[in-house]
Each structure stands twice: as C-alpha cells, then as structure tokens.
Design a binder for this molecule. Structure first.
Ligand code: CTP
Ligand code: MG
Length: 187
C-alpha cells in the first residue's frame, strides 16, 4: 500500500476515538460521573466528567463509525477500508469510542490525584489520555486487528502519524470550542 495511504489510515481508523471528547463538550453537563464524591480529600474525577458527556460522547463516536462503515462498504465491501468486516467494524468502533472516554476519565483521575484542578492544563495527559484509553481497550478486545492495522510492517506508520497528528488536532479543536463559547479555556 502507498505510504501516504497507510499514514492516513491511522487517522481514518481512529476517528471513532477522536470524536467522543469534542462531543462530550457539546452534550456534557449535569450529574458528574463520580457523583461529587471525593477520595483522599480530592474529587475522584471532578465536575468536568459527566454522565451526559460520557453517554453522548460514546453515542457520537458510534454514530460516526456507523456512517463510516456504510461509506466504506460502498467502495470496499471486502475490507471496509481497514475495518475488515461489518461485525469487526461495529465492535472496534464501540470499543474505540468507549475507550476514548474511559481514557479521558483516567486522565482526570490522575490530574486530581496530582492536585491539578478541573480544567487546568496537564500537558501530555490532556492530549493523549483518550488515545491511550482507546488503544489499550482495543488491544484488550481486538488485539489482532490493532496489530495488523497499526503495528505490523509498514502499518507502524499509521501509529506514528496518529501520535504526531493528535496534539495538533487537539489544539485546533479546542481553539474552535473556545471561540464557539463551548469551552472556557482554549486547551
Ligand atoms: N465533558 C463532560 N463529560 C465527559 C467529558 C467531558 O461533560 N465525560 C465536558 C465537560 O463540560 C468538560 C468539557 O467537556 O468541562 C471539557 O472536557 P475536558 O477538557 O476533558 O475536561 P476538563 O473540564 O478540562 O476537566 P479535567 O481537568 O478533569 O480534564
Ligand atoms: Mg480540559
């Protein structure tokens, strides 16, 4: 496969991981996932992680994924543009979407333990927590698919591209969210 296509496949396959966080900003609010509870004197997750954000974010990732599978099927019914089959694609999409927001919550958990307040910057963690969450969960549930698509041979290029592109995308999306008045801070 063409190197550029392999690189781009990393972004394409991970779109269901990239959407849930911005979607959670749009849909979020109300009851926090930790129900306001603290642990060792600090909030478990904080008010920035809500049930509506979690459910809305996963629903958005899965909805996008279903559209992606539908489009991919029209052009490539053999491989669904890397999702391999309808059943594999649906499973992968759900796992990526859920893993994204679980990773985001794990990031907030770590931030609270370090005494970093809700919404304050944690460079590295803020950019990568959701991506690492998606990758770990998909490695657990669909390890062979992940290795085929992101590790084996030239496919490592897909993973490298992803890790380079994600902080840039994160910055762009957060500035847009800030300008739209959806986020209080541009990060
Ligand atoms: N959000 C939500 N529920 C989630 C994730 C995000 O409601 N599960 C919404 C919240 O309004 C949150 C915003 O999306 O404030 C931005 O998300 P994020 O930057 O991840 O949260 P922060 O407010 O920065 O909190 P933290 O410091 O815990 O990351
Ligand atoms: Mg934040």
């Amino acid at each position: 496969m063409d190197a550029v296509l392999v690189a781009l496949s990393g972004i394409w396959l991970m779109l269901p991981s990239l959407l849930p966080n911005p979607a959670a900003v749009v849909f979020g609010g109300g009851t926090p996932v930790d129900f306001g509870k603290s642990w060792r004197g600090k909030r478990m997750l904080g008010d920035g992680k809500t049930w509506l954000g979690l459910i809305g974010g996963v629903a958005a990732g899965v909805s996008l994924g279903i559209v992606m599978l539908f489009v991919a099927f029209q052009f490539d019914p053999e491989d669904f543009w890397g999702f391999e089959s309808c059943a594999n694609g649906l499973g992968v999409i759900f796992v990526l979407s859920l893993g994204s927001l679980l990773g985001d919550m794990a990031g907030s958990f770590v931030k609270r333990r370090l005494g970093i307040p809700r919404g304050a910057k944690a460079p590295g963690l803020d950019q990568y927590d959701f991506l690492v969450g998606s990758i770990l969960l998909v490695l657990l549930v669909y390890p062979d698919w992940f290795i085929r698509s992101f590790i084996e041979g030239e496919h490592i290029l897909a993973l490298v591209t992803l890790f380079v592109a994600v902080p840039i995308l994160h910055k762009v999306v957060n500035v847009i969210g800030y300008k739209m008045g959806k986020k209080d801070v541009p990060w």
